[in-house]
Design a protein around this ligand. Structure first.
Ligand code: R1X
Length: 248
């Protein structure tokens, strides 16, 4: 089957996929794979396949924001991807996870518009628990600060005339904010796939903590390196679990 937006053939897509916003980051991740091959680069969607510790996986960029990212997730799942892990960046709500930390997202607040148009209000956006465990364990193996909890998915990167209620989300227990995870979790749930996400904190989204936003620091670059490694190790762990389960 031809996937018209990603511009790839479904036969080329394996069960495991790492997704990220930035096409350049997809290329960086692909360099960590053996037998890496670029399949397509269409709009913001750049697709590679390769092997990590003997596990075949796809690495695909989904761009910024839920509507565009959802197209990527839908097509990947249609192509046969069953496990999708987002590697991204986020703003933090907590002094316990400053810039340079990692966050494993257990669920997402659906403060986006896309998921409202595909599932009813109140429908949860939740990560797969085995992916959460695999990401958390892999991130902790690598050291550094690792937070774990609920993240918020918004549509607006820059605030307009209306306030984005970051304080309310924080009060309710969310630990960070980004722009695509709700779409990933909801699309995965709708289409029978499993998903999870790990995020490198690139600044504070809470006005009380916020300094000037600079996502281009060494601490953030190192956190991105760690989250990539953690996601790859998580894929290897999950593939091992899956192989054991299917042998039983
Ligand atoms: O998810 C957010 C978005 O894709 C995080 O970073 C991007 C905006 O800079």
């Amino acid at each position: 089957m031809y996937l018209p937006i990603l511009q790839i053939q479904s036969e080329d897509i394996p069960e495991y996929a790492i997704v990220c916003g930035d096409p350049r980051r997809a290329e960086v991740i692909s360099r960590k794979l053996e037998n890496a091959r670029e399949l397509a680069f269409a709009r913001e969607y750049r697709t590679f396949v390769g092997d990590y510790q003997g596990v075949r996986l796809a690495v695909v960029s989904h761009g910024v924001g839920s509507p565009g990212a959802a197209i990527c997730f839908e097509e990947l799942i249609r192509a046969g991807a069953k496990t999708l892990i987002r590697v991204g960046t986020a703003g933090s709500y907590s002094a316990q996870t400053p810039a340079g930390s990692l966050i494993v997202s257990t669920a997402a607040v659906r403060a986006d518009g896309l998921t409202r148009s595909i599932v009813p209000d109140g429908f949860p956006a939740v990560a797969d628990s085995r992916i959460v465990e695999a990401l958390d364990a892999s991130a902790r193996e690598l050291g550094g600060v690792v937070g774990r909890g609920i993240t918020v998915t918004v549509d607006a990167f820059f605030e307009g005339a209306l306030d984005i209620p970051h304080k309310t989300y924080k009060k309710a227990g969310a630990i960070g904010v980004e722009m695509e995870i709700a779409a990933l979790y909801v699309v995965a749930s709708l289409r029978g796939a499993r998903a999870g996400a790990i995020l490198a904190v690139d600044g504070y989204a809470d006005a009380d903590l916020a300094a000037e936003y600079d996502p281009h620091t060494d601490a953030v670059a190192q956190a991105v390196e760690r989250e990539i490694e953690a996601a790859l190790r998580a894929v290897a762990k999950l593939a091992e679990q899956d192989a054991k389960a299917s042998a039983e």
